[in-house]
Design a protein around this ligand. Sequence first.
Ligand code: UDP
Length: 331
Amino acid sequence: MTNGRNEGRAVLVLGGAGYIGSHMVASLVDAGWVPVVLDNLATGHRDLLHPGVAFVEGDFGDRRMVVALLKKHRVQAVMHFAASSLVGESVQYPLVYYRNNVSKTIELLDAMREAGVRNLIFSSTAAVYGQPESVPITEAHSLHPTSPYGSTKAVIERLLTEVEAAHGLRHMSLRYFNAAGAHPDRPIGERHDPETHLIPSLMQVALGQRPGAEVFGLDWPTPDGSCVRDYVHVCDLASAHLLALEALLAGAPSAIYNVGTGVGCSVLEVIDSVRRVTGLPVPFVPAARRPGDPAVLVADADRIGRALGWRPELSDLDTIVETAWAWHRRG
Ligand code: UDP
């Protein structure tokens, strides 16, 4: 329960037992906010929960439960990290993605309306852009998602604008590029089962848990033929959310921001960095392109820098890989 000096500092974190959500909870605690975590543990992990932070195991699509939670803790803002988020899986199971991401978010927005909570920080994605027409990608770039995952996020962004016009619910949508790395001082990091993401997969190769990595396409129209992505450290991502939260609560208008560094790294450059940091060979084999993958995704992140003063601090590639390696080595 939020009371006393914590009055007015409660933030509901949906998906707070997940990779990005758990880093957000740590940042909120460090900044003096009082996070309350709601997570159904479908892809979250109990051991990523922050000690001493209120945790409710449940589903954010459960409208009545969410209304009660918002009222009980006098929540000021909701941060929404709870989503199905794999491009490839979404191509296979579009209905699951629309149900988990869109249908449940409709229930959430209705719960916020009913409880009178008017501030939302929404996890969006660079996948809303699809195959970019120009890079770096600004927020004004057209939205042509190439996967159901990207489509669900684009639909919600649109819905948020319409719900604001009708019900006054204000929001910041942060379009993440590639979240990566692990907390430098806390025992939290990236773990999925099965693991499909590039950097944790390379960590498993370095640890001898898989024989080699696969590079999904070496025939892309990029300098070395492998896909180029904009990797942003998960703690920098969390600091972007914190700034967005503070701005929104101070009365800033709703907005959409890219969160990336403006620097692209190829899959082969990431493999080189893992070899450099670990001192291990990290073998790989070329594999087929992955459906839904664009060749290059690099952010123009000027808008969030100008509007919120956000600057990435841990997002150079070797720092990302060093922090990921430290987390994966502890087992
Ligand atoms: N990738 C790869 N091999 C892997 C996993 C990923 O070559 O085992 C590539 C993938 O095609 C993409 C980049 O690495 O270009 C990042 O993929 P990831 O799944 O980590 O993140 P996404 O871009 O899907 O959010």
